[in-house]
Design a protein around this ligand. Structure first.
Ligand code: CA
Length: 226
C-alpha cells in the first residue's frame, strides 16, 4: 500500500508519515501542490492525503486535476476548522472523506484503513490455508495464533497474499513497500522475505523464489501436496 501525503506543515506531515510508516505503509511526501500533482502523474498510489491549504497549487486544484485524469485513487482531505466551504467543494470534486485539523492520529489511521480497503475492493480478512490476514487490524494469524511480524514483514505479506499464487517481482515489492527517501535495495527485500519465510514455514505456508524474477506465495493446496 502506497500513500502520498500532500501537506506543507512539517509537523503534521512528520507525524502522519511516522504513524503510517510504522503501520507498514509506503509513504511519499509532497510539501506543495505542484509537487503533489507531479507525483500523482508519475506514480500509482492507493491513497492521497491532501491538505487543502497548499502553496504553489491549492489542494482543490490538485484534486480537480487528479479527477480530470480519471484517476480513482481515494482522497482524504485535511481542512481547517473554519473550512466548511472548502470541505464541501472538496467532496463535490471527488474527495472520499475529510478530517478537520487538529485530528487524532488513531482516527486518521482508521479512516486510512477504511479508504484503502474500499479501493482494493477486497474483504478486510484474507485467507490462505492456515494463514489469515486481517487488513483492518493489520494482524496475521497462523492457525489462529498471531504472528510476530515487523511493519515491513506485514507490508510484504500483504502484497504477497493479495497476489497469492502469482509472481511478484522484486521491483513491485520495492515499489509497494518503499516511499521516497527510503533506500530499499533488492538485497533488503531478500532479507525481509527470508525473515517472513522463516515465520510462515512452521505453518506450512511457503514463499517460493522464482530465480531472477521474484517471489510467489504458493497456493495452499500445492503446499499440502508437497
Ligand atoms: Ca497547509
Amino acid at each position: 500500500m502506497r500513500i502520498l501525503i500532500a501537506e506543507d506543515d512539517p509537523i503534521i506531515a512528520d507525524g502522519l508519515c511516522r504513524t503510517l510508516r510504522a503501520s507498514g505503509y509506503a509513504v511519499d511526501r509532497a510539501a506543495n501542490g505542484l509537487d503533489a500533482d507531479t507525483a500523482l502523474v508519475a506514480n500509482t498510489y492507493d491513497l492521497l492525503i491532501l491538505d487543502l491549504g497548499l502553496p504553489k497549487l491549492p489542494g482543490l486544484e490538485v484534486l480537480k486535476r487528479l479527477r480530470a485524469r480519471n484517476s480513482t485513487v481515494p482522497v482524504l482531505i485535511l481542512t481547517a476548522m473554519d473550512g466548511t466551504e472548502d470541505r464541501v467543494r472538496g467532496l463535490d470534486l471527488g474527495a472520499d472523506d475529510y478530517m478537520v485539523k487538529p485530528f487524532e492520529l488513531p482516527e486518521l489511521e482508521a479512516r486510512v484503513r477504511a479508504l484503502t480497503r474500499r479501493s482494493s475492493g477486497s474483504s478486510p480478512m484474507m485467507y490462505h490455508g492456515p494463514l489469515r490476514y486481517d487488513q483492518v487490524g493489520r494482524v496475521a494469524l497462523m492457525n489462529g495464533v498471531p504472528l510476530d511480524l515487523s511493519a515491513r514483514e506485514l507490508g510484504l505479506l500483504e502484497v504477497l497474499i493479495s497476489r497469492a499464487g502469482r509472481l511478484v517481482s522484486k521491483d513491485q515489492l520495492v515499489d509497494q513497500l518503499c516511499g521516497w527517501g527510503e533506500e530499499v535495495s533488492h538485497n533488503a527485500i531478500e532479507v525481509y522475505v527470508h525473515r517472513l519465510r522463516k515465520k510462515l514455514e512452521p505453518g506450512g505456508v511457503r514463499i517460493a523464489t522464482v530465480r531472477g524474477l521474484g517471489y510467489c506465495l504458493e497456493k495452499p493446496q500445492e503446499v499440502s501436496g508437497a
